[in-house]
Design a protein around this ligand. Structure first.
Ligand code: SAM
Length: 247
């Protein structure tokens, strides 16, 4: 099915056990068995980010995410960064072709009442950027910045709205990738050779990646591009996931 950004209105989302499900892609935004813990396990720990951001030096650590969705991965990374003493600055660069409506983002707050997630100013800033993009698709970025409490470092968010093939070329060099574009069987575009070639162009030696999928074609494609690929135990009931880095 040809999918366009305007297709992803509220009618294409339904909730199952508190988790948003895309009817367009027939897949969940995050795991029903603990989305927060899954994001922490697969993406944040899978990329060993804590050890990489602990020292307060001048360099900025950049996460690149494929599929912003509800922002759950953002909030997990932000909470981890906030809880560290004197971490270095971070940039969380993401992309999203079918941005969710604000009403749906608010449900994330209901799913995680003890967490600090979407607050009114953040939602407002997201909605205005989304509206600008919907009226003029050349203006496709949304940015937001958080300051750290114990030093002068910052956590900067930048989301590009649009299709992955359009957004990825604008990404800066990334230090850790989160591949989170629905499962490959349900959304092959997010895992195609074209996509992975663009990812490779934004990757330097030592850049890591992590993903919930352990599909054979993905392992082979990443290996061919020069990544060292390792299988690990998956989160919850998932048997395997993969992570690794560019040699
Ligand atoms: C599994 S969800 C991401 C979940 C998200 N990381 C979170 O924390 O909620 C995958 C996302 O990829 C987006 N997506 C799918 N195909 C895309 C494409 N071709 N270009 C851009 N975004 C796409 C979907 O709209 C969806 O929001």
């Amino acid at each position: 099915m040809e999918k366009r950004p305007s297709d992803h209105s509220d009618k294409n989302i339904e909730f199952k056990e508190g988790v948003p499900v895309s009817l367009l892609f027939d897949d969940v935004y995050f795991s029903k068995q603990g989305g927060w813990e899954e994001s922490n396990y697969v993406f944040f720990n899978g990329n060993e980010i804590e050890s990489k951001i602990k020292d307060d030096d001048q360099t900025v650590f950049r996460i690149g995410e494929l599929g912003f969705g509800s922002g759950l991965n953002l909030f997990v990374a932000l909470e981890n960064w906030t809880s560290l003493q004197n971490p270095k600055s971070m940039e969380f660069i993401s992309l999203e072709g079918y941005p969710l409506a604000a009403e749906i983002l608010f449900t994330l707050n209901q799913s995680y009442p003890d967490k600090n997630l979407w607050f009114p100013e953040l939602i407002h800033s997201y909605e205005s950027a989304k509206e600008i993009w919907e009226n003029d698709n050349t203006k496709n970025t949304w940015t937001y910045v958080w300051n750290h409490k114990t030093n002068s470092s910052q956590f900067s968010l930048k989301v590009y709205f649009g299709d992955i093939q359009i957004c990825l070329p604008s990404f800066p060099i990334i230090h850790a990738w989160y591949f989170d574009g629905f499962s490959p069987g349900k959304n092959p575009d997010m895992w195609s050779k074209d996509t992975l070639n663009l990812v490779r162009q934004k990757t330097i030696s030592g850049t890591s990646f992590a993903t919930f999928s352990s599909a054979g074609f993905l392992r082979r494609s990443l290996s061919e591009l020069g990544f060292l690929v390792e299988k690990k135990k998956g989160f919850g009931r998932k048997r395997e996931m993969i992570s690794g880095f560019l040699k």
